[in-house]
Design a protein around this ligand. Structure first.
Ligand code: ZN
Length: 225
């Protein structure tokens, strides 16, 4: 095998690399992109209903929640989980709320109806992108989370709930509240070893705080949901 052949081969490989990157699709039209960014922006001011219902002062937004959830994903080292995909699932999982709002189990909307509303919202948001490849990727990530088909979805669901109790603990500490129902609702939920260890750490720290302050957990009061 001569140098000429090798050089040819290298040139061919380089050419293929360029064509495959440039061939990956048309850009999202700028006007469509701006519309999408504005829709996503709504999540920055959409307050999470659970905190609103518990009279939390200046409650976090849905975007706040998804950001920290994605950051939690960086710390997952489980080799069975595709971390890049996990982080993407976290960033997309509540996107439909930009259109339908944050519907909780206490809002009188059935699970099926919530799913239907959110799927319609996703189709509306993504149908407006003017780019099937990008729309399909976002939809696949959202459906993965909704249907819980892959290992990433399973871990993302654990991170969703874990992020919520980290936030509940923060509100308890900074606003002097007891948000026991959030901890109760996640009891026994954390089965992934890494998330379970984080949950134990958080619950221990909370238990110590409650023991120290002499505060009674809210569980002893009638549950108001
Ligand atoms: Zn969420």
């Amino acid at each position: 095998m001569g140098w000429g052949f090798l050089r040819q081969l290298l040139l061919l490989t380089a050419w293929m690399a360029t064509t495959t990157t440039t061939a990956t699709a048309a850009a999202v039209p700028a006007s469509k992109a701006l519309g999408f960014f504005r829709t996503v922006g709504k999540l920055k001011t959409l307050k999470r209903t659970g905190w609103v219902n518990h009279n939390v002062f200046e409650p976090e937004s849905v975007a706040d929640h998804m950001y920290r959830m994605a950051m939690l994903g960086f710390l997952i080292t489980d080799a069975a989980v595709d971390k890049d995909r996990l982080i993407k699932v976290c960033l997309v999982h509540d996107l439909a709320e930009a259109v339908v709002g944050d519907i909780t189990p206490h809002d009188g909307v059935s699970k099926e109806e919530k799913r239907r509303l959110e799927e319609t919202a996703m189709k509306e948001i993504l149908g407006d992108l003017g780019n099937d490849a990008v729309a399909d990727e976002l939809m696949a990530l959202w459906l993965d989370y909704e249907d819980g088909t892959g290992p990433e979805a399973a871990v993302a669901k654990q991170l969703d709930k874990y992020e919520m109790i980290v936030q509940a603990d923060e509100y308890e500490r900074t606003q002097g509240k007891t948000l026991d129902s959030f901890f109760k609702s996640t009891e026994g939920y954390f089965t992934h070893p890494e998330v379970a260890s984080w949950a134990r750490e958080l619950l221990d720290s909370r238990a110590q705080r409650l023991a120290g302050s002499g505060a009674e957990p809210e569980a002893k009061k009638p549950k108001t949901g």
